[in-house]
Write a protein of this length. Structure first.
Length: 550
């Protein structure tokens, strides 16, 4: 790194690693905290409500960078934006540690706003470090190194979260995320002298839309539409927050469609290609981001997390196991209702505020536990499963990069759009793994091996590596220079809508009597996205060739 990359990259690497440590720590335990019984420190929310809140939260964290990036470019600069964003996020993480609903929602708002300032600014600094002739050819490699920092943070955070939750409770886990964020800011401060040359605000170019124009033409109408969506009686999309979000997106989507329609013929080809990619990518994120909802639910309720023997003793020493009591009467009380997954009024829902882990264990395990009622059982913490995806990324990134490098040498490397379509198809296959898991569990009647989740995450990670890194790359390649910031905003908007849709889809889990159908729907969505990608692939490749790009 010393010879091939600027010194500032190392400091940005560790700053982002600790920032993502905090962000993904929250992602890993957010739903678990909301649905946990109040007797053990949780909020005792219904699963559907937790999914809705989670979907809204991750949607908004990817929507605010649209405005935050503009403020960083034109008003604050990247250093100030990182300090403002990081501080707000750190305070928000710590605030979640207070068991108070008002503070809970205020803390979410702080994180959402803070991420809007932080995320686009630090990514821009990475690119700016490579603007000189000395380093410009190493930009892609620099972003790969930076991306590894993100996933190292995402990998270790859940291990530490499990330790803190088991040893000290939910509050300690949230506060740990805040400490990680502030540690990242300290590292950033130590490296400032190596980053000064990258803190260059973007000059205003002819044809650029002003910050005032963005506020008046995009955000004000979005706010008004959002309020209308919230106030509409009888929810259209199942909840007020979902209605508000979908309605708020209408003026923003209209803005981008109008931008395309008014563009010159030359710009229209590039903008059309990007909007098409945003549309298919949105469906990817709608499925992928269920790692914090539907897949976490599968890990929590339908995966055999019990550890015994040497594994139990080893994990207990570092407190990565949760202790639960098997109480025969309580299990029998909720057993029938859990399997039916409907309440007394016929509404599809899990038992709220009760621990129902033992309701679908195997007959053999149940017999053993009933013979020793109230026995403490050691379970792997659910949030540890959130480390599987970043773990796979760390392992598979060199493999995927090597495969494409091998193909490049032989002149057979897929184009960037082709990689995106391939990523969509591979991601669709991960849904089939979960279909098989449902059949193996006899539709949730018996818990199944954790290896089903390991395999699912392994497949979708390959899809992610083909698709996700290509997104920002293709935006930077195809965007007309004066519209790059706007199209980056459009990219984040597509992720934001996809994230919200992930919460909407996950909240429908209890509407499916046959759980395999839930994953068949996800498979169909990604197969539909793949089909759309194939339909436009020829045109996308043609646009890339016209630009002299791969």
């Amino acid at each position: 790194m010393k010879n091939n990359h600027p010194k500032g990259l190392l400091f940005l690497f560790f700053t982002e690693m600790w920032e993502r440590f905090g962000y993904y720590l929250i992602i890993g335990i957010f739903v678990l905290y909301m649905i946990d019984p109040s007797s053990t420190g949780g909020l005792a929310f219904a699963d559907q409500k937790a999914d809705d809140i989670f979907g809204t939260y991750i949607a908004l964290t990817y929507l605010t960078p649209f405005l935050g990036g503009f403020l960083a470019d034109r008003v604050l600069g990247y250093f100030k934006s990182i300090y403002v964003g990081g501080t707000l996020m750190g305070l928000g993480y710590i605030g979640l540690g207070f068991h108070n609903l008002t503070v809970f929602y205020i803390s979410m708002a702080l994180i959402i706003i803070g991420n809007g300032f932080f995320k686009p600014s630090i990514s821009t600094l990475v690119g700016n470090l490579y603007s000189s002739d000395q380093y410009k050819n190493q930009k892609d490699a620099g972003y790969n190194i930076f991306y590894m920092g993100i996933n190292i943070g995402a990998f270790i955070c859940n291990i530490i979260a499990a330790f803190m939750r088991n040893q000290y409770g939910w509050s300690a886990a949230f506060i740990t995320a805040g400490i990680g964020m502030f540690l990242g800011l300290i590292i950033f401060t130590l490296g400032r002298k190596h980053l000064e040359t990258a803190n260059v605000m973007k000059p205003v170019q002819e044809g650029d839309i002003s910050l005032t124009g963005i506020l008046v033409k995009v955000f004000l109408p979005a706010l008004i539409f959002g309020i209308i969506g919230w106030m509409i009686p009888n929810n259209i999309f199942k909840s007020d927050s979902t209605d508000a979000f979908i309605f708020a997106c209408i003026p923003v989507i209209y803005f981008y469609v109008r931008l395309y329609l008014k563009a010159s013929l030359e710009d229209k080809k590039s903008l059309g290609a990007l909007l098409a990619i945003f549309a298919v990518g949105m469906l990817f994120w709608a499925v992928f981001k269920q790692n914090g909802t539907a897949l976490t639910r599968w890990a929590n309720y339908y995966t055999d997390r019990q550890v015994t023997g040497v594994a139990e003793k080893s994990l207990e020493k570092i407190y990565l196991v949760d202790q639960k009591s098997f109480e025969t009467q309580e299990v029998q009380k909720y057993d029938k209702q859990f399997k039916a997954e409907k309440d007394a009024q016929g509404n599809a829902i899990k038992v709220v505020g009760k621990d129902v882990y033992f309701t679908n264990i195997s007959p053999t395990n149940r017999t053993q536990l009933e013979s020793n009622n109230n026995k403490k059982v050691s379970l792997i913490n659910t949030e540890l499963f959130q480390s599987i995806n970043p773990g796979w990324i760390i392992l598979l990134t060199p493999v995927v990069v090597s495969v494409f490098a091998f193909m490049r040498k032989r002149g057979k490397e897929p184009t960037t759009p082709s990689k995106i379509v391939l990523g969509l198809f591979i991601s669709a296959l991960s849904c089939l793994v979960m279909v098989a898991a449902v059949y193996a569990s006899s539709n949730g009647t018996v818990k199944v091996s954790p290896l089903w989740l390991v395999a699912t995450y392994g497949v979708i990670t390959i899809g992610e590596l083909c698709l996700s890194p290509m997104g920002l790359s293709i935006v930077s390649k195809l965007s007309p220079p004066r519209l790059t910031a706007l199209m980056m905003g459009g990219f984040f908007l597509s992720i934001s809508i996809g994230n919200k849709l992930s919460g909407v889809l996950a909240s429908m889990w209890y509407n499916y009597e046959d759980k395999a159908n839930f994953y068949w729907v996800n498979f169909a969505l990604l197969l539909f996205a793949t089909s759309l990608g194939l339909l436009i692939l020829k045109k996308l490749n043609a646009v890339m060739r016209e630009k002299g790009l791969n």
